[in-house]
Design a binder for this molecule. Sequence first.
Ligand SMILES: NC(=O)c1ccc[n+]([C@@H]2O[C@H](COP(=O)([O-])OP(=O)(O)OC[C@H]3O[C@@H](n4cnc5c(N)ncnc54)[C@H](O)[C@@H]3O)[C@@H](O)[C@H]2O)c1
Length: 259
Amino acid sequence: MGRLDHKVALITGAARGQGAAEARLFVREGARVFLCDVLEEEGQALAAEIGADGLASFARLDVSDAEAWQRVVREIEAKAGRLDILVNNAGTNVRHALTDTTREEWDRMLDVNLTGQFLGIQACAPLMKQTGGGSIVNLGSTAGIMGHPVAGYSTSKWGVRGLTKSAATELAPANIRVNALHPGVVATPMMDSASTLFRELVELTPLGRAAQPEEMAEVVLFLASDASSFITGIDLAADGGFSELGTYAAVWKRLHAAS
Ligand SMILES: NC(=O)c1ccc[n+]([C@@H]2O[C@H](COP(=O)([O-])OP(=O)(O)OC[C@H]3O[C@@H](n4cnc5c(N)ncnc54)[C@H](O)[C@@H]3O)[C@@H](O)[C@H]2O)c1
């Protein structure tokens, strides 16, 4: 028995990183998965690899394009007749200080990270309602929980929290749960593991390491599946203790290193 047997899922940003790990896990757990991304070659290849028995297919989707969302949802309705899970995972980050961020960079981060989730919920909720409800998981970040120097990224991720709570309130009567997952540092292409930033963040993470994308996929699975059937509207940080404990943990570590 899979934890997602008979469920149909749409995952954005599924060609690589956390989205790819979620797609692999969801298929293993019995879901039929529509992988969506702007990276067509990688997305097609992954869908072919994990979906030999028809459980995975790829559709090109730029999450900031409202019409493309409508097309993809129509395709899912025609092929699968239902939609149970939406994972708004796609994201982008241009790590410039506020004063160095161009208007285009600002717009792109908000369009993909925040408006993309809004458009996804708007496009998918009607089909979910038709078939009895479902679960929506929005990917946020610790950048939406704490003060963070990249204004565009951080603002978009703080927005994800508001969007999640609004959608959860509105969609609860339709039996659609909406929750936000806030990863800490995760080893994916978004976070160059050879960079000083990566090393510093790992150093400040109480568990002392970055997460693997597969660990985030397990949390997304929990929020997407019936295992979390009474949970809606929450912010769940999966960050190795970074946001709750990071500052004092770092002070404690320095004190002990000094003594
Ligand atoms: N890696 C981290 O340390 C980290 C930390 C906190 C939060 N996150 C969030 O987790 C989510 C997944 O990121 P990841 O770490 O796997 O990064 P990633 O860069 O490996 O993957 C992001 C995916 O989103 C896709 N994407 C980008 N713009 C898109 C668009 N307009 N339409 C459709 N797809 C698009 C990319 O092509 C890519 O496949 C993102 O929302 C990210 O902000 C990541």
